[in-house]
Ligand binder design. Structure first.
Ligand SMILES: Cc1cc2nc3c(=O)[nH]c(=O)nc-3n(C[C@H](O)[C@H](O)[C@H](O)COP(=O)(O)OP(=O)(O)OC[C@H]3O[C@@H](n4cnc5c(N)ncnc54)[C@H](O)[C@@H]3O)c2cc1C
Length: 412
């Protein structure tokens, strides 16, 4: 008779490996199945290879950044908050730190150290890891889980943790396999959107600003019903669009809108949040230094040359004219553009470039105190496969580790 594992984990991401280690530390026999030929492919790519593990926010502030569903994470974060996560890695020999006081990285600034440490711990605990094993379905007797079926084999288990991730960056393994598996046992899956990705814009002037970076940009949707959708952070212009931390966060709000509307008008403040009065006062001070200063040079005290020029063009203003020679109307138009520059977002590259997935297995059918399915006994979920996603800055990995830790406790 084939072996019955006490736990099978599907997926060797942050969530799955944490679940496997937690269960094995409690003496459970664990089999980890991974469809790729290597474990932890996405974890390796995180933080540009540096792995932004978590951040230093309190659990309350951390949950608030996830919006309405943030509170679902409470029990998982009570079990493994950022301090406990850092202590966990320290116990595996990987120290971590927050160079900016907020975002936490391993001190090596290499995701490989995290993966190697988890791999060593899994070996030490006797966790059986099988790569190139794509799980195709969950096996059950109508009441509880009994195992899984892969492309080539069938494995029996008393419990299963589904940690198959979302759909973003499919080359790194996760391509949505978990959703039909969950649906087949009665779970609902919400609409799925790519998120945390560069965005395309319709405005041609952006092309000329390629590679220019602007710090502390505030951006919000310019549609009556959606004005509250906003983000703040650094922005980089690309050939046909925008990228950078503010865009990664903002894209979480935009991709669902782009599924409804072809274009989404937005307003961006490229002047570190300055309002009209502050800009007028700033220009007055600059002009006092040199009353003949031309408009472009003056604008460049706030913005890169290419963006300054683009705004002059948008305002139909001759950039070579002295600021003092411009009509009052022209000056007002320019100042208004400096406060809120309009852009029209009209596309993205889909899941191929999405760092996370917005949407997933419905939270209502998962017990937040155990991560267990309310539909099938001894089936657990963790990580990105669930309908919960956070912004840029260690939020998604912290959630994956914390939910993996709770799921791996196997509390039925
Ligand atoms: C480029 C990039 C950079 C990122 N940087 C950060 C960062 O610095 N900080 C942060 O907090 N978040 C970051 N994220 C997001 C974060 O990586 C994810 O939210 C998190 O890794 C999700 O973990 P997971 O374990 O749920 O899923 P995954 O890491 O996606 O793991 C799922 C695993 O399951 C396997 N799998 C899928 N289907 C099957 C199947 N049928 N059978 C067997 N195995 C299967 C996959 O191959 C994969 O290995 C980044 C994402 C990307 C793409």
């Amino acid at each position: 008779m084939s072996q019955v594992y006490q736990l099978i984990v599907i997926g060797s991401g942050a969530a799955g490996m944490m679940a496997a280690i937690t269960a094995a530390r409690e003496g459970k026999s664990v089999l980890l199945l991974e469809k790729l030929s290597k474990i932890g492919a996405k974890l390796k790519a995180t933080g540009g290879g540096r792995c932004n593990l978590t951040n230093t926010l309190s659990n309350e502030d951390f949950m608030a950044r996830f919006g309405r569903d943030g509170r679902f994470m409470g029990p998982a974060l009570d079990g493994l908050d950022h301090k406990a996560l850092m202590a966990f890695f320290s116990s595996l020999g990987v120290e971590s730190h927050a160079p900016d006081g907020y975002r936490v990285f391993p001190i090596t600034h290499s995701s490989s150290t995290i993966i190697n440490a988890m791999k060593e711990e899994m070996d030490k605990l006797g966790i059986q890891v099988l790569c190139s094993q794509k799980v195709e379905s969950l096996e059950h007797d109508g009441v509880q889980i009994t195992g899984v079926q892969t492309e080539t084999d069938s494995f029996k288990a008393e419990a299963v943790v589904l940690a198959s991730g979302g759909m973003g960056y499919p080359v790194l393994g996760a391509e949505g396999d978990g959703y039909p598996m969950a649906e087949a046992v009665g779970h609902k899956v919400t609409e799925l959107y790519p998120a945390m990705m560069p965005l395309k814009v319709k405005d041609k002037w952006v092309e000329k600003c390629r590679a220019d970076t602007i710090a502390k940009v505030a951006i919000h949707v310019d549609m009556k019903k959606y004005k509250k959708l906003s983000a703040t952070g650094d922005l980089i212009f690309t050939k046909g669009g925008i990228r950078g931390p503010v865009v990664l966060d903002f894209s979480r709000e935009i991709t669902p809108l782009l599924a409804k509307f072809d274009e989404v008008p937005v307003l961006a403040n490229f002047t570190k949040g300055m309002n009209e009065e502050q800009i007028r006062a700033h220009f007055k001070k600059e002009i006092a230094k040199d009353p003949h200063r031309n408009t472009l040079v003056l604008m460049q005290t706030l913005l890169p040359e290419s963006v300054s020029l683009a705004l002059c063009n948008l305002a139909n203003v001759d950039e070579k004219m002295g600021w003092n020679k411009l009509s009052g109307q022209n000056r007002d138009t320019l100042i208004r553009l400096l406060v809120w520059t309009p852009l029209t977002i009209n596309g993205h590259d889909g899941f191929k470039m999405a760092m996370i997935t917005r949407g997933g297995i419905h939270l209502k059918e998962i017990d937040p105190y155990t991560m267990q399915s309310k539909k099938l006994q001894n089936l657990y979920f963790c990580g990105e496969v669930m309908n919960i996603d956070g912004p840029c800055g260690g939020y998604n990995l912290q959630w994956s580790f914390a939910s993996g830790y709770l799921a791996g406790k196997l509390q039925s």
